[in-house]
Unconditional design. Structure first.
Length: 195
């Protein structure tokens, strides 16, 4: 029997990212890039929310914005080779998030993808974020954070209607599969770029 072409198989990772992107947009985020890649790696979703820090806290982002601002200033300083300006900008109220999406079948060996976010993976994502900020210097003074989205995937049984788990933030059904955004972790890790 001949092997089927890759286009025949379901790209569950892409579909999980689609679900997370739609959910982010529904909560006020603007998707800037999908699968931003460079030599260091890839970031699944890069999104921006132009609200004030108080609005962000109201939307469930529980990260300490002053800590994020300090880390972002250090990141900008490393990228620009100097010290960041002390001026307060409207952009400092914008949040830029680099989202790693993990899509797994229920009962996966790596805790739904959580175990795959190793320190090495965090450093790769952080370096890739640095490349993004170097390419888009107008965003270098935004508050930056690294989020993780956990998506579960299961095959839908023919003739039965799947129930959305109560804890799911969002769901979608595509090609006989159910996708559930199980967890969204704002500021899941904070790694600065190594020089």
């Amino acid at each position: 029997m001949a092997n089927l072409p890759p286009s025949h198989y379901l790209d569950s990772g892409q579909l999980g990212e689609d679900l997370v992107a739609k959910w982010l947009e529904s909560t006020g985020w603007v998707i800037l890039h999908r699968r931003f890649a460079c030599r260091w790696g890839e970031i699944d979703i890069i999104a921006q929310n132009p609200g004030s820090p108080e609005e962000q806290r109201g939307k469930g982002a529980e990260a300490d914005n002053s800590s994020l601002r300090t880390q972002n200033s250090a990141l900008s300083e490393k990228l620009q080779g100097g010290s960041p300006s002390g001026q307060t900008s409207v952009n400092q109220h914008c949040i830029l998030t680099f989202v790693e999406v993990k899509t797994r079948k229920l009962g996966s060996w790596d805790a739904g993808g959580r175990s795959a976010i190793t320190l090495q993976k965090q450093v790769k994502i952080s370096r890739t974020a640095g490349i993004f900020l170097a390419e888009y210097p107008e965003k270098a003074d935004y508050i930056c954070r690294f989020d993780v989205a956990i998506v579960s995937c299961q095959r839908s049984l023919q003739g039965t209607r799947s129930k959305v788990p109560q804890e799911a933030l969002a769901s979608s059904s595509i090609a006989g599969y159910q996708f559930y955004l199980q967890e969204y972790i704002p500021a899941a890790f904070d790694v600065l770029i190594d020089s």
